[in-house]
Design a protein around this ligand. Sequence first.
Ligand code: SF4
Length: 301
Amino acid sequence: MSAGMDILKHCTLCPRRCNTDRTKSPGFCGETDKVRIARADLHLWEEPCLVGEHGAGTVFFSGCSLKCCFCQNYEISALGKGFEVTTRELGDIFLKLRDMGAANIDLVSPTHFVPQICSALDMVKDSLKIPAVYNCGGYEQVQTLKMLEGRVSIFLPDLKYYNSALSQKYSAAADYFPAAINAIKEMVRIAGKPVFDPNGVMQRGVIVRHLVLPGQRHDSMRLLDELASAFDTDQILISIMSQFVPVYKAFEHKELSRRTSTFEYNSVVDHAVKLGFEGFFQQRSSANTHFIPEFYDCKYF
Ligand code: SF4
């Protein structure tokens, strides 16, 4: 096991800090030290500046350290779907996506595999020539993010909740907001202000995503207030998402058994605009399970 991988023997890669020896058994995230993915392909449904002409080169990693009851990707985050790849194969997948015309390498739910992802990026760094995007749930350790400096230039974190009772209830993470806001500060330090190429394709920067949940618009607005006090509005872009659909265990919570209303979504967008944020706002038609990609549990390419 090389130096950067030592942490996997007493894993503290995410704020769970569960100290699991992942060479022997899975941690709270459900994953051992063997990298597993469930899909690698061009993806058109990210923010337009990440899609470019042909799509983002997404790699969906199996497992997750959050336990969101409404996770659209629950088949891979919670139910274990996916297949094993070596670090070398992961690097080859990055190059294949580049050859397919990907605007970037979009690493989805990468937190618990950061050391292996760093190794794969290092293997291809001289030939990759497109930015890597760290597309995560926001529940991150600053020390883990530091490993990405010089390797990842775009961060795409969720910021899901302000209220700790809410984050505990829906994602089993009472410490979500303090962990996420500190993580976003570190991401801004690493990536800097947003930078785009002449075609409007993002090359550096941070986009903070927020999914408006049914019944929680006041929490959304409070979270935006906190972002506005932590950052200048030109340091980050905001993506306010309306795509909530009740899936997985959302039906266990009566208030999550419906879509977010137009009024709820628009009031959060209005608040973001009032605070001076710029970014991306979604069509309500995206609140549809047709936008969830197909996942695989064996090598399909
Ligand atoms: S990444 Fe997984 S094993 Fe490591 S601390 Fe987080 S939940 Fe535990």
